[in-house]
Design a protein around this ligand. Structure first.
Ligand SMILES: [Zn+2]
Ligand SMILES: [Zn+2]
Length: 349
């Protein structure tokens, strides 16, 4: 199942999120480490059409499949199911001769009991799929990762923005332009002040809005004529703007970073920002446990970070557990961000 090109389905003769060019690629979501250029044929969940084309170009050969609808490929029944991670993110369910495998891709499930059932409002919520074998991501697969209830987190972000606005300074909140930025926009209280964004964020905002996701009004930083507006504004931009000339237009401002990694002691200090908000589009440790249990799988293959700890925990639960070494990046490396920021014009916004 694992080849140098990526996760491979031998009877179906296709790959899931391959990292080298292949003929047939099933794409779980449009983050750059999962959706790469150069494949001959792409298959992805229908709601992701706009974000995929925004990132990979409009000319890719893309077949779309609505969530839950199955197709047959060489005797393998394939369907895609919501992963709750970003717009269009999907788990891949494969059924062959009565054996069911599910490859999760990246997914978000709220682990906190107070938050159970609360989903990422910018995409369809994670749907547990019963299977014999579950290939799970494990980006935050350590017991230290436990997300606080989401309404508490957004109350903290709002309070920080409000205090800055009252003091007459801009609030620069950095987070990845695809997924994280829209999650921030959907969660904050837009009555506090105007919302200004970087061009890389606006491109994705437009794709989300086109897919019917409600986001508050946002304006491009370069379009703002009256600089006084910045003093009450929330500015949402990718991490690459930090310390760049792009931020000079805001004058004195407070800066913050939104990421699951902010839970690590010292992460905020290393980033050299005023605030760190622990906001992730991945499942935390209890969320991973909840999601894995809900599949009913007896066999679990762990990918995408901290495999050893998760494999050991699963084995202790009596499951058959192992790991795959994949070439997916993580939020920390920002692999998912490399592309849009390199696009000419994006940095100007
Ligand atoms: Zn992702
Ligand atoms: Zn990933």
């Amino acid at each position: 199942m694992l080849r140098p090109e990526g996760l491979y389905c031998p009877p179906g003769d296709f790959y899931i999120d391959p990292w080298r060019p292949v003929d047939r690629a099933v794409i779980t979501h449009a983050h750059a480490d999962h959706a790469r250029v150069g494949h001959a044929h792409y298959l992805a969940a229908a709601p992701g059409v706009g974000v995929l084309r925004a990132r990979l170009g409009t000319e890719i050969d893309l077949q779309l499949l609505p969530y839950g609808e199955a197709i047959d490929h060489h005797g393998v029944r394939l369907s895609l199911h919501p992963a709750g991670h970003v717009l269009g993110s999907a788990q891949v369910r494969l059924e062959h001769r009565g054996e069911v495998w599910v490859a999760s891709g990246d997914y978000f499930v709220c682990g906190a009991d107070a938050d159970a059932g609360i989903a990422n409002p910018t995409c369809a919520p994670f749907e547990p799929v019963r299977c014999h074998c579950f290939i799970t991501e494990s980006t935050f697969g350590l017991p230290i990762y436990r997300w606080q209830p989401q309404h508490e987190l957004f109350a903290e972000i709002d309070a920080w923005w409000r205090a800055n606005a009252e003091a007459g300074r801009a609030s620069l909140l950095m987070g990845y332009s695809f997924g994280k930025a829209q999650r921030i926009l959907a969660g904050v209280d837009p009555s506090i002040g105007p919302i200004v964004v970087h061009g890389a964020v606006q491109t994705l905002n437009n794709a989300y809005r086109a897919a019917g996701v409600a986001l508050p009004e946002t304006q491009l930083a370069i379009d703002v004529a009256d600089k006084a507006l910045f003093r009450r504004a929330l500015v949402v931009a990718p991490p690459s703007v930090h310390g760049s000339v792009w931020t000079r237009r805001f004058g004195e401002h407070s800066d913050a970073f939104a990421s699951g990694w902010m839970q690590l002691r010292g992460a905020r200090r290393r980033r050299a920002v005023d605030r760190g908000f622990v906001l992730s589009d991945h499942a935390d440790w209890p969320g991973l446990q909840r999601a894995i249990a809900a599949t009913g799988a007896q066999r679990v293959i762990v990918t995408h970070g901290y495999e050893a700890v998760m494999v050991r925990w699963l084995a202790e639960q009596g499951l058959e557990a192992s790991a795959f070494q994949t070439e997916y990046g993580d939020e920390q490396e920002g692999a998912a961000e490399a592309q849009p920021e390199a696009t000419p014009g994006a940095t100007a916004g």
